[in-house]
Design a protein around this ligand. Sequence first.
Ligand code: S3P
Length: 183
Amino acid sequence: MKRIILIGYMGAGKTTLGKVLARELNLELIDLDWYIENRFHQSVTQLFATRGEEGFRQIERNMLHEVAEFENVIISSGGGTPCFFDNMEYMNQQGLTVYLKATPETLRTHLRMGKQKRPLVAQKNDEELDVFIHESLNKREPFYNQARLIFDTGLLDNGTRIQETVQLLVETIRHSLNTGVQG
Ligand code: S3P
């Protein structure tokens, strides 16, 4: 039984890499945000608006406890998932956690293109986004760094880079599964 859990900041490439990785490893991809949106028939943005961040975090935790019971899956968590409740400890118990680590510059580039769906940054201009990334990454890294594996990712702005990154990631994951890093 395999359960791989991708963690990392918004825009690090969890979903992008998760999709290709799932294909390579023949596992199903479960994206936690999509799972929540399906279950609640509301977008993450709507959930933030109607229930506040606190309400969203409670839902996120509850849904994490559902998906982290599934077998033979790759779970792509939300950027904030590891940083609330005992989620990080729980994820480490449930699977092989992989921190997709990107520099603030890479995150900024990815997020400038994809901030609309992300309520925490949707309204920010470029300058505010830079400050936000810097400050929140500092707060979040102690959680992310508890992952079993830390994998440096770069810009994922074309298919070749995505494919190359996934190849390396597959090797890293296979190695750690074979040497029993998990749990
Ligand atoms: C969040 C990240 C988002 C989503 C929500 C909050 C965060 O997921 O869960 O907007 O707190 O970093 P992605 O990391 O997939 O963008």
